[in-house]
Design a protein around this ligand. Structure first.
Ligand code: RAM
Length: 337
């Protein structure tokens, strides 16, 4: 009789551990694919993702493309499909270029979500968005306006020309800038530093050379904003040209301030983006959510979140709002990320 009871218990446990369950133990393989390796922001996102997955009993697979291209991300996703992972969370190097491989993954039962840099709606079940895309564009555009005094030439230093989040933020900046009060500002160029520090430095030097009357460089990339701030300071043009964008406080601390290259910038906590992405993957695999608008799920000590409609026709869940980082709070935030 006793053996039979144990047999039933073993069978029940086997079901629970097979591929996730609602009871707090989510055994399974959860993958994260960022846009590029060797990037402190991406490493912090991965750190947040990995901690939540392992705390819940899952195994985390971290996959970086060899180069920041969609082609190399496709290679990573193909490998993850062959490893029969339960979920893939990916930051896209191209908004449409992953559709074929991600729809293949979903057809094989793999739960697919995006984070940090989105795909089109057909390539994902939902998107973990660090902050509302139009909010990010609006605060960056307003920063350029404030820092420039409302008039003059400004340029953007972005990453790769196909990076989904970069292009969405640039479009959102342009949308804000289309309003009458921004009419004295002129966007003279968009340069691409590919989230590579040295190339971003080179592109900054080229901008300074080509546009002697430039007043602001806006770099919505942690590598780009650091490179631009350092080049502007090294060139002795910190008084004429100012830098803003999205940057890691721990890296930008020496360049933030009224008399520095960067009066202020924005970001969010990358670890929180990774952590929420992990909770979304866990909830997709356990069946708690499907990624449809209106669904709610618990994200542990981060609280509960509701999935909402996204402007591209798919859905998204928003982590928070862009955080302004300036001389007043840089010492606090440089300790955090
Ligand atoms: C870079 C990447 C990333 C972006 C941050 C702000 O690290 O482009 O996708 O979210 O900057």
């Amino acid at each position: 009789m006793k053996t039979g009871k144990y047999l039933v218990l073993l069978m029940v446990m086997a079901v629970f551990f097979a591929g996730g369950c609602k009871n707090g133990n989510f055994a399974g393989k959860y993958a994260i694919v960022m846009k590029a390796e060797g990037n402190s922001y991406n490493e912090q996102v991965v750190k947040g993702f990995e901690k939540v997955i392992t705390d819940h009993g899952g195994s985390c697979i971290i996959a970086y493309p060899d180069t920041p291209t969609v082609e190399d991300q496709i290679i990573q996703v193909e490998s993850l499909i062959s490893q029969k992972v339960d979920a893939i969370a990916i930051a896209a190097n191209d908004v449409n270029g992953l559709q074929s491989i991600l729809t293949k993954a979903m057809a094989e039962g793999i739960r697919v979500s995006t984070l940090d840099s989105n795909t089109n709606a057909d390539s994902r079940q939902t998107f973990v968005n660090q902050a509302d895309t139009s909010d990010i564009g609006a605060v960056l555009a307003q920063s350029v306006y404030d820092i420039s005094g409302g008039a003059g030439q400004w340029a953007i230093l972005s990453t790769t020309s196909l990076a989904a989040n970069q292009n969405e933020w640039i479009d959102a900046m342009k949308e804000t800038m289309a309003q009458p009060e921004f009419r004295e500002l002129r966007l003279v160029d968009i340069a691409y530093g590919e989230d590579d520090y040295e190339l971003s430095r080179e592109k900054t030097f080229e901008l300074l050379e080509k546009y002697p009357d430039l007043k602001v460089i806006c770099a919505p990339t942690v590598k780009g904003v650091l490179a631009a701030a350092e080049v502007v300071e090294e060139s002795g043009k910190g008084g004429q040209i100012r830098v803003t964008g999205l940057g890691m406080p721990s890296e930008m601390a020496d360049h933030i301030g009224a008399d520095k290259a960067c009066p202020y910038m924005y970001l969010w906590n990358p670890e929180e983006v990774g952590a929420l992405s992990a909770y979304v993957s866990l909830a997709l695999v356990s069946g708690e959510i499907t990624g449809a608008a209106g669904e709610r799920f618990s994200a542990g000590d981060m609280g509960s979140y509701t999935i909402q409609q996204c402007s591209d026709g798919g859905t998204e869940v928003i982590v928070g709002s862009p955080l302004k980082i300036d001389a007043g709070n840089i010492d606090k935030w440089r300790e955090a990320f």
